[in-house]
Design a protein around this ligand. Structure first.
Ligand code: SF4
Length: 364
């Protein structure tokens, strides 16, 4: 599977369909921003609308993704109707992949056979945490054992496995988040998403928060913890395809987000902090001026959160000049750093792997 710049996703949001659970953090309609009736006609119309704006599947990767609720808990007739439309597009080579998300306790070998018969490729499991106490306090209704069993079944059946992890849930802490990611890595997912828990309107977590029984992570703490988890996953070659909740019309601070570590570019905070850590690590041993060249598409990471991290390293190197230049001949995720003596290319990925190997990614 190639997740490159020509990878297009056609999202079909299936809000709260078939889900009998009440996770404390979930207001599914708010999360998806979707109020439409999702039936086979809706799936067809959505795919057609997107395909009208996407170049051909012969030269690009196009994926239909069923997000939102617990797909494999939907009424089986409806599942078949929705999947049949996606399968039709896949069989006619107008799309390449079919993805869906579900819960660990709605996976078994019969469900997987059914998904296989509709040519589903990618199954993302909302494991959220692998700490049973956190799972109970979050009202998940499944155990860590369920996540292990489902993940193994998915992998053994040849599907691409994704894990969705939520940090900062009730009863959670950094150590538990780290353990969750380490246990997730043991299950060898192909990809992962990390979401900091937010207090959404009309959820049980809102009540807990208003009664002072739940304290969400601060933004700073969420970035630090996510950075740690991100590095561990990247160092193991696991793609982190999303960090932080996607902004939709329905997810706006002050409206549906009551509290918690929301930032519209949360991933940039994590990556920006790592860029600056990499630069500081390189320049700290020398007392000369430096110039940094970076691809224009990465400059927002270097300057994330109104230059918070960049200004921090400038302050730590106050006796030296640090000049930044744009150079689009550089690849993404690398920088060229120069002083009077030499020039070096620094790769963010290599930095993360080296930090992980040297055990420098600590839970701070
Ligand atoms: S299982 Fe998913 S859809 Fe159902 S309540 Fe929990 S988060 Fe919401």
């Amino acid at each position: 599977m190639c997740l490159n710049k020509n990878h297009y996703i056609i999202p079909i949001f299936v809000p709260h369909e078939g889900c009998p659970h009440s996770c404390v953090f979930c207001n599914q309609n708010t999360i998806t921003g979707e109020r439409n009736v999702v039936d086979s006609q809706y799936v067809r119309d959505t795919i057609e609308t997107y395909l009208n704006t996407i170049p051909s599947a012969n030269t690009n990767t196009i994926e239909v993704s069923f997000y939102g609720g617990t797909f494999t808990a939907i009424n089986i007739t409806k599942q078949k109707a929705l999947l049949a439309v996606a399968q039709e597009y896949k069989l006619s080579s107008r799309i390449n992949y079919i993805r869906l998300s579900t819960r660990p306790d709605y996976i078994n070998k019969y469900i997987l056979e059914h998904l296989r018969s509709f040519d589903v490729d990618i199954i993302e499991l909302g494991i959220q945490s692998l700490d049973d106490d956190v799972l109970i306090k979050s009202g998940r209704g499944h155990t860590r054992q369920d996540a292990f069993i489902a993940s193994n079944l998915i992998r053994e059946s040849g599907f691409i496995l994704g894990h969705q992890i939520m940090i900062g849930l009730p009863g959670d802490n950094e150590e538990k988040d780290v353990k969750t990611v380490e246990d997730s890595i043991d299950m060898k997912p192909d990809l992962c998403r990390i979401y900091p828990a937010l207090v959404l309107k009309d959820t049980y977590m809102e009540r807990l928060f208003l009664q002072n029984k739940y304290e969400p992570y601060s933004l700073k703490r969420a970035v630090e913890v996510t950075k740690l988890l991100y590095c561990k996953l990247i160092a193991e070659g696991i793609k982190v395809i999303r960090i932080g909740l996607q902004t939709t019309d329905a997810i706006l601070p002050g409206r549906d987000i009551i509290a918690g570590p929301y930032h519209p570019a949360f991933r940039e905070l994590v990556e920006g902090s790592l860029y600056c850590q990499m630069i500081l690590d390189y320049i700290k041993s020398s007392d000369t001026n430096y110039s940094i060249a970076i691809n224009s598409k990465d400059i927002s990471k270097l300057y994330a959160n109104k230059k918070e991290f960049f200004n921090d390293i400038k302050q730590q190197c106050s006796t030296r000049k640090l000049v930044v230049n744009i150079d689009d001949s550089l690849q993404r995720s690398v920088i060229m750093i120069k002083n009077d003596e030499n020039a070096r290319i620094l790769s963010l990925n290599d930095f993360i792997i080296r930090q992980a190997k040297e055990g420098k990614i600590n839970n701070s």
